[in-house]
Design a protein around this ligand. Structure first.
Ligand SMILES: [Zn+2]
Length: 462
C-alpha cells in the first residue's frame, strides 16, 4: 500500500475534462531521470533516428458490474491516432495488444484506490503499456501509478483531441510535470525556483533545459495571461504548449526535444518494442448491403455487409441518422464483415465502415450509404432456424417485395413451390443476404441443408 502516498488528492473545482492529473513520480524514477539528464549536457542524444518503434498497449476497458459505462470504441480509435501523432517525433507507433480486455467491476470503474491496488497487477500484460479506461473519478482526469506501472484514464477526459492520454504516457515514459516541485500549489524556496535565463535549469524544476520555468500546478487556460516572476525578478510567460503542464488540452501541442530524448531512452530500457511487427494499411472497405436507398429493411434486424479488407483485424461500423457520426446510433468494432443491427423503425439511416489493423487505426472511412428501416406491419413475421443461424422475412410477403434470407452460416438452400417443383437452388454464404423474388404468388417451402441437418420453413407470397 506504500504507493498510495504517491497520490495527491485535489478538491474538484473543474468539470470532468478539466480535472488535473494525479501522478506523482517516485524518487527512484526521478533519480534515474536526473542521471539521464546529465548525459544530455555531454553529448547530443540521437533520438531522431526515426525507425518506427511498434509499442503494444494493453487496453483495459472498465464498466460497472453490469457491463455499463465502457469507453467508446470510436474514441479509443481516435485516441490511438492522437497518441501516434504526438509520439511520432521518436517514431513510436502504438498498437492495441491482442483483444481489448473488458472488465466489469463497479469499484474499479469508479477508480477506488483499494480496488485499483488489489486488481491492477492481475490484469496487466507484462510486455505492454497497460492503460485502463474507467468511468469516473472525484479528483482526476488521469493518473500514472509508478508502483503499479499502469495508467488510468477517465473516459470523459479522453474525447476527440484530448491530451490526457498523451500526458499520462509522458509520465509512463519517465516525464515529470513541467511544474515539478510546485505540485499541489506548493511554492518551493527561491533557491529551488527555475530561472528564465536557464542558469539553473538542470538542477531545479523538471530539470529539462528546453522547457521554460512553470510555476502553475492547477489547470489553466492559455487564452489568458499567466505571467510569473522568477528569482531574479524577471517576469515571464509560462509556456502552455508542452503536454506535461496543466494548461487546458487545447493549449497543448508538443513535447520538448529533451523530453522526447528521455522518453525514448526510457522506452528502449523497457524492452517492450515489438521488433517483428509488420505494418499493414488495410484498404478502405466498400459497402455491399443494403444497397443505396434500399427501402425494404426490417428495423428489427438490418444486416449490414461490407467487403473484406486485407490486413484488417477489426472494422469500425457506424450507423447514424442524418450522417451525424459524432452521435451515431450505432458505433461498434466488429470482427466479421457483417453485422445485424437492431434499429428503430420508419427512418432513413446512413452507415459507413473503417478497416482497422493493429498497426493502423487511422485510415479513412468508406463513403457512406443510406437505407430506410421500417417496422413491419403486424402480421408480418421473421422466421428463424437453428438459433438464428438463418433468418427469413417477411412472412407473408406481399406483391413484389423480396424475401430476405440472412445466413450466419454457409449452407445450401432449395426453394420448392406448392406442387413440389424445385424453383431455385443456391449456396448461401455466411454473412450474406439473399433476396428471393418468386415469379408467382403462392406457398413456398424453403429448405436448408446445414451441418447435415435438413430444415425448412413455409413462406406465403400473396
Ligand atoms: Zn500529470
Amino acid at each position: 500500500m506504500k504507493q498510495l502516498f504517491y497520490l495527491i488528492f485535489i478538491i474538484p473545482l473543474f468539470s470532468t475534462a478539466q480535472k488535473p492529473c494525479a501522478t506523482i513520480m517516485s524518487k527512484e524514477q526521478m533519480d534515474k531521470l536526473y542521471t539521464f539528464q546529465q548525459t544530455l549536457d555531454k553529448s547530443p542524444y540521437l533520438f531522431l533516428n526515426k525507425t518506427t518503434k511498434y509499442v503494444p498497449i494493453k487496453v483495459h476497458i472498465v464498466g460497472n458490474d453490469k457491463g455499463v459505462g465502457y469507453y467508446k470504441p470510436d474514441l479509443l480509435i481516435a485516441s490511438f491516432c492522437k497518441i501516434n501523432k504526438d509520439f511520432s517525433p521518436i517514431g513510436v507507433q502504438f498498437y492495441i495488444k491482442d483483444e481489448i480486455n473488458y472488465i466489469n467491476n463497479t469499484q474499479l470503474s469508479q477508480t477506488k484506490d483499494d480496488e485499483i491496488y488489489s486488481v491492477t497487477d492481475n490484469y496487466k500484460d507484462p510486455s505492454s503499456v497497460n492503460v485502463f479506461f474507467a468511468g469516473s473519478s472525484d479528483t482526476y482526469c488521469g493518473v500514472y501509478y509508478p508502483g503499479l506501472d499502469a495508467v488510468y484514464i477517465i473516459n470523459g477526459c479522453q474525447g476527440i483531441n484530448a491530451t490526457t492520454l498523451t500526458h499520462e504516457l509522458g509520465h509512463f515514459f519517465s516525464l515529470p510535470h513541467t511544474f515539478y516541485e510546485w505540485e499541489n500549489n506548493t511554492t518551493p524556496p527561491l533557491s529551488s525556483q527555475e530561472k528564465i535565463d536557464g542558469s539553473n535549469c538542470r538542477n531545479v524544476g523538471d530539470r529539462f533545459c528546453d522547457t521554460k520555468p512553470d510555476y502553475i500546478s492547477s489547470r489553466w487556460d492559455c487564452n489568458t495571461i499567466h505571467n510569473r516572476i522568477d528569482p531574479n525578478g524577471v517576469s515571464f510567460s509560462v509556456d502552455s504548449s508542452i503536454y506535461m503542464n496543466y494548461a487546458l488540452d487545447a493549449c497543448h501541442s508538443r513535447f520538448s526535444n529533451e523530453q522526447l530524448a528521455a522518453m525514448d531512452n526510457n522506452l528502449t530500457s523497457r524492452g517492450i518494442i515489438n521488433q517483428n511487427m509488420l505494418m499493414t494499411n488495410p484498404a478502405v472497405p466498400s459497402l455491399i448491403y443494403p444497397i443505396e436507398n434500399d427501402s425494404n429493411q426490417n428495423a428489427a434486424s438490418v444486416r449490414l455487409i461490407w467487403n473484406k479488407s486485407e490486413g484488417a483485424s477489426l472494422y469500425q461500423l457506424q450507423v447514424a441518422r442524418l450522417k451525424l457520426w459524432e452521435t451515431a446510433y450505432l458505433n461498434i468494432l466488429v470482427k466479421d464483415t457483417f453485422y445485424d443491427a437492431k434499429l428503430f423503425g420508419n427512418w432513413q439511416f446512413n452507415w459507413r465502415v473503417k478497416a482497422i489493423s493493429l498497426s493502423n487505426m487511422c485510415g479513412d472511412y468508406s463513403d457512406s450509404k443510406s437505407f430506410f428501416a421500417k417496422i413491419f406491419p403486424i402480421g408480418l413475421t421473421e422466421l428463424s432456424l437453428d438459433q438464428n443461424s438463418i433468418k427469413i422475412y417477411p412472412n407473408p410477403s406481399y406483391g413484389n417485395e423480396s424475401i430476405h434470407i440472412l445466413s450466419n452460416t454457409t449452407c445450401q438452400m432449395t426453394v420448392v413451390d406448392i406442387t413440389g417443383k424445385e424453383v431455385y437452388k443456391t449456396e448461401i454464404v455466411k454473412g450474406s443476404v439473399f433476396d428471393f423474388l418468386p415469379s408467382q404468388t403462392g406457398l413456398y417451402l424453403f429448405q436448408f441443408m446445414l451441418d447435415g441437418k435438413n430444415m425448412c420453413k413455409k413462406i406465403m407470397i400473396q
